[in-house]
Design a protein around this ligand. Structure first.
Ligand code: 13P
Ligand code: SF4
Length: 303
């Protein structure tokens, strides 16, 4: 079927099912065209809570859809491609976290939203890239186990006096950006503002003018007086920004910033999802209730 026909069908089914499509910025351009809301992890969580729809189709990866199912149990949450996962989220398990808690019994666990429901259920509070510093500084404990992203954890540790135990997880998309990439780009584009996601390595973040979540990067381009930017995050954002601001120049920090899991979500998969109500996210109630507490606690301080 041609894209136009698929899009027509999707629009019809959205009305019939009282469904919304929530999309992360890293999905394919054509997927973002059918989305009702596009945002970063934090704004997607908020959108899932405030939506009046009966059905949420999540154009993103598993932990995002799962978070929506955790905080909005009365809604049906669908992930169009069940194996669209996040390799970083798989770098921590509930078992390995329990072992770390035994090793550091005084520490609170701050858990990046890129994690499974079972891991969230074992944690004290969640965070996203947009609020990680505020979350860490909002809690009483002086010692923190920060899971699973070592790069985000290292960035946060520069903005707090708390003792942070880092976890050895990372996002291959952002970790692919190297110091050499930046040295080269800065040489050729000395006036470009470098906007970096905090999942980048510390040696890369040293070059950053601003360290921001994906929504933060998009908003900064809109409000900044600069006309040239080096973008340190997934390359779909670079494409979006080029389309939206044809008068400004954008350079990807690396050509290798491709999240293949986000790209698994296609228009065909969304159509199938709405036609057959696939693939519904189910979280066991005992885990969901505990995981919801960690997400609610985060949302409480991120209004
Ligand atoms: P944000 O959406 O919080 O910017 O994080 C990016 C990410 O890695 C999503 O998987
Ligand atoms: Fe996971 Fe990185 Fe892809 Fe985000 S960009 S979903 S952290 S692999």
């Amino acid at each position: 079927m041609e894209n136009e026909l698929i899009i027509e069908e999707i629009k019809k089914l959205k009305v019939e099912r009282n469904a919304v499509i929530l999309s992360h910025f890293y999905t394919r351009g054509e997927v973002q065209e059918v989305a009702d809301f596009i945002g970063d992890s934090l704004s997607l969580c908020k959108a899932a809570v405030s939506s009046k729809a009966d059905v949420i189709v999540f154009a993103g990866v598993h932990f995002m859809a799962e978070s929506a199912a955790i905080i909005s149990p009365q809604k049906t949450v669908l992930l169009p491609v069940p194996d669209a996962g996040c390799p970083m989220a798989d770098m921590v398990t509930a078992e390995s976290l329990r072992a770390a808690k035994e090793k550091h019994p005084e520490a609170a666990v701050v858990c990046y939203v890129n994690s499974s429901a079972a891991v969230k259920a074992e944690s004290d509070i969640c965070c996203t890239s947009a609020n990680a510093i505020n979350v860490v500084n909002s809690i009483e404990e002086r010692e923190i186990i920060f899971i699973p992203d070592k790069n985000l954890g290292a960035f946060v540790s520069l903005h707090t006096d708390k003792k942070i135990h880092l976890w050895p997880g990372f996002c291959h998309v952002h970790d692919n950006i190297s110091e050499e990439n930046l040295e080269e780009l800065k040489k050729f584009h000395p006036d470009a503002e470098f906007l970096a996601h905090p999942e980048c390595r510390p040696e890369v973040l040293k070059f950053a003018d601003r360290v921001l979540s994906t929504s933060g990067i998009v908003n900064e381009v809109e409000s900044s007086g600069s006309t040239e930017f080096i973008i340190g995050t997934e390359r779909e954002i670079v494409r979006n920004l080029k389309r939206k601001y044809p008068g400004k120049k954008f350079y990807p920090a690396s050509e290798k910033t491709f999240c293949y899991n986000m790209k698994k979500i296609t228009l065909e998969a969304i159509l199938n999802s709405l036609q057959n109500m696939e693939y519904e996210i189910h979280v066991p109630e005992n885990i969901r209730v505990k995981a919801k507490r960690t997400l609610d606690r985060m949302l409480e301080i991120s209004r």
